[in-house]
Design a protein around this ligand. Sequence first.
Ligand code: SF4
Ligand code: SF4
Ligand code: SF4
Length: 318
Amino acid sequence: MSQLDDLKNAIKSHLGELECVIGWEQGYDPLHATPLFIRTEADLDRLIIGPLAVHNLATYLPGFKGKKIGVVVKGCDSKSVIQLLNENLINRENVVVFGLCCDGVVSQRKIRAALPADPGFVESVEVGAQDLKISVAGQSATLKLSDVLADKCLVCATPDAIISDVLIGAAHTPAPAASLACQDEFEAKSDAEKLAFWQETMSRCIRCYACRNACPMCVCRDYCIATSRDPLWISQDNSPAENMMFQMVHVSHLAGRCTECGECERACPVDIPLMLLRRWMNKQVKDVFELQAGTALEQTPPLLTFKVEEERINERGW
Ligand code: SF4
Ligand code: SF4
Ligand code: SF4
């Protein structure tokens, strides 16, 4: 039986006890997936998994707090479930986790860049073990999956869900790359070069807040400082400085909480490489607090605790 059939059977056996199960279905064309809220057995016919099922569905869980719900997660998404549990934003007894052993997902940006022209509406996609065959306007192109994998998959140490009630698929032995070339290149820049880079990049930001809204750990909702008028922390002025200020607040708010799921960057409509900031912040947190968000249950995010002296920070030199 296929991994998809195993998943469907597992969901079917829990459906009666759950408000719904969140999975993926085909979106507006065969290349794009969209979240699927499964309430009946008939809905299961639309369920898909695989390299096109990119969304981190854990983002929906806090909105269902208090209801019994199921969610399908890849390894990276399962870290968001753990982090939400650690921050008491969801209750374990109310969530049934259908975990996948994952082979990676695509980056739609890399696919667009690899095709001769923006494909627009794609007619069909054949997903093979090693490649994707995409047909559009009577022409077809075959792309190697390894060339269009999301950056996070290249450095993924947790392809199999690390929390689950049901685990579907064969376990992997991950062999992640040590780092990403784009991150190394960014961090090698001088401070002046980094400033120039962000001034230029942030001039594209349209302050749509898709990065915030797609983030599973961004849960302030009506209290977000980006939208508060009283107090007025950040103006709506759409300048590179104010746009960067919003991102600096976002990344600081996510310090010790960001699971590097990549949803913020994926959701950005103007291709701002937000993960450069998130990865950098996560490195600092790992270095100082020896913590990676979402990798273990019952970890308290460092910025939700207070110690007069942290073991690995010696600010005053005493
Ligand atoms: S980061 Fe890991 S778990 Fe997430 S999609 Fe990529 S390979 Fe799968
Ligand atoms: S998603 Fe992109 S454009 Fe929208 S606010 Fe975030 S950085 Fe700016
Ligand atoms: S900041 Fe970005 S990478 Fe981090 S948890 Fe939120 S969406 Fe995921």
